[in-house]
Ligand binder design. Structure first.
Ligand code: LHQ
Length: 255
């Protein structure tokens, strides 16, 4: 239920249960954790997550929740979604969510926990949880208010409205949308561009942004200083400066 391949230093992950709109059952959640762990390899310099078929992901497979043989509520977050959200956050490289169609519930919030979220114009986002009596999970209550502000996050999470990709871009929930015909090319271009950039510098950028969620300005300035010195010690910084001075294209190796 997950496809994974590495091309041009991009780890392409495809959620692949299209007949159920790529809703997550235990198998797919554990497989996603496996492939995210494989993405720690230095050969992968950018991770790309998309969905097979017409949806991105409809969130939790609701049939599994009521299945007496299923994992049960006590395990779904701790064993399925929380490790996925943390794995995306902890990967030392950019993770791009390419939202090809509807992203609902945990499917929406896994996307929002990625570093760059792009969507096809026909894609949509639904905080579907409230409609079945649940609370938004998979990091949604952390990321969404930080992305679009408390009032909009609160309304979207309580009403469970479906919002389109254009609106999601306007709200600042996602980086941008592409027309459907240009979507895959545009999204993959972002990933291949990132995969050829200074990976370590991007990893420090990701760290510094995460740090800003719960630190003061003086702490943040100190952290920028520390990370900047580490960035300046990388091969890619040397190469970037050298290439600029020699008026040639840089050859970054990610280190
Ligand atoms: C599905 C699902 C689905 C199973 C479509 N499950 N089959 C955490 C902790 C523990 C418990 C619960 O959850 C969580 C986290 C969560 O993610 S909660 C939120 C769960 N997700 C939802 O409530 C969304 C449910 N889905 C929908 O509302 C619709 O499917 C949307 C609006 C996403 C898409 O609508 P349509 O484009 O009209 O597609 P569809 O409804 O016809 O779905 C296509 C098929 O996929 C259909 O199967 P069928 O056999 O009838 O063709 C659906 O039953 C199945 N499917 N979502 N979550």
């Amino acid at each position: 239920s997950i496809l994974f391949e590495t091309r041009n230093a991009v780890g392409y992950i495809t959620l692949n249960r299209p007949e159920k709109l790529n809703s997550f059952n235990r198998e797919m959640a554990l497989l996603l954790q496996d492939v995210l762990a494989q993405c720690q390899s230095d050969e992968v310099r950018c991770v790309f997550i998309t969905g097979a078929g017409k949806g991105f992901s409809a969130g939790q497979d609701l049939a599994e929740v009521v299945d007496p043989e299923g994992p049960g509520m006590a395990r779904i977050l701790s064993e399925h979604y929380n490790p996925i959200v943390m794995a995306i956050r902890d990967l030392q490289k950019p993770v791009v969510a390419a939202v090809n169609g509807v992203a609902a519930g945990a499917g929406a919030n896994i996307a929002l926990g990625c570093d760059i979220v792009v969507a096809a114009r026909s894609a949509s986002f639904i905080q579907a949880f409230s409609k079945i009596g649940l609370i938004p999970d998979s990091g949604g209550t952390f990321y969404l208010p930080r992305l679009i502000g408390h009032s909009k996050a609160s309304a979207l999470m309580m009403l469970g409205d479906r919002i389109g990709a254009e609106e999601a871009e306007r709200l600042g929930m996602i980086y941008r949308y592409f027309e459907d015909e240009q979507f895959m090319t545009g999204a993959e271009k972002i990933a291949t561009t990132l995969a050829a950039m200074p990976t370590t510098g991007l990893a420090y950028t990701k760290k510094a942004l995460q740090w800003s969620f719960n630190h003061t300005l003086p702490e943040q300035l100190m952290n920028e200083d520390k990370l900047q010195q580490r960035a300046a010690a990388t091969h890619d910084f040397g190469e970037g400066v050298q290439a600029f001075l020699e008026k040639r294209a840089p050859q970054f190796n990610g280190k």
